[in-house]
Design a protein around this ligand. Structure first.
Ligand code: DQA
Length: 149
């Protein structure tokens, strides 16, 4: 089973960003934690990061034909305003899990809104790197259930 991990704008800067919200791990560290868990679950993970909104939409379009069974997405600030990414995600029928390192609901008001919230299976936030690991577990479980239907 293939699960796609999507990281949006500025998330390549984890490790250098405010450690109070994002810890000190880099995106590379997060990817290696995810790979370890993927091995345990016997799933394949592919990680993709971009700072370009159109590129993110195109990668999401690609998930229609590359046998992706679920998506874990941290879209960074795009979460709060990108209707283009929301629309791209909405075309998919596979489970989508939204994750954030920080507890977005305990931060500035603009972060309380996710334009993805009505089209994702669920949101996990506030657990640092564990948000991704919990997101992968949730994606795996949701994909297993949807493949049984
Ligand atoms: C974030 C939260 C967003 O509000 C912010 O713009 C990010 C990171 C998180 O992982 O906590 O870039 O998605």
């Amino acid at each position: 089973m293939k699960i796609l991990i999507l990281n949006g704008v500025n998330l390549n800067m984890f490790g250098k960003r405010d450690p109070k919200h994002y810890g000190t791990e880099t995106l590379g560290d997060i990817d290696s934690e995810l790979s370890k868990l993927a091995k345990e679950l016997s799933v394949t993970v592919e990680s993709f990061q971009t700072n370009h909104e159109g590129e993110m939409c195109e990668r999401i379009h690609g998930a229609h034909t590359d046998s992706t069974k679920a998506i874990v997405i941290n879209a960074g600030a795009w979460t709060h305003y990108s209707f283009a990414i929301r629309d791209a995600l909405a075309i998919l029928t596979i489970p989508i899990i939204e994750v954030h390192m920080s507890n977005v609901h305990a931060r500035e008001e603009f972060r309380h809104i996710s334009v993805f919230s009505s089209i994702v299976r669920g949101q996990i936030c506030g657990f640092g790197v564990d948000s991704y690991l919990l997101g992968l577990r949730a994606a795996y479980s949701a994909a297993l259930k949807s493949s049984r239907i």
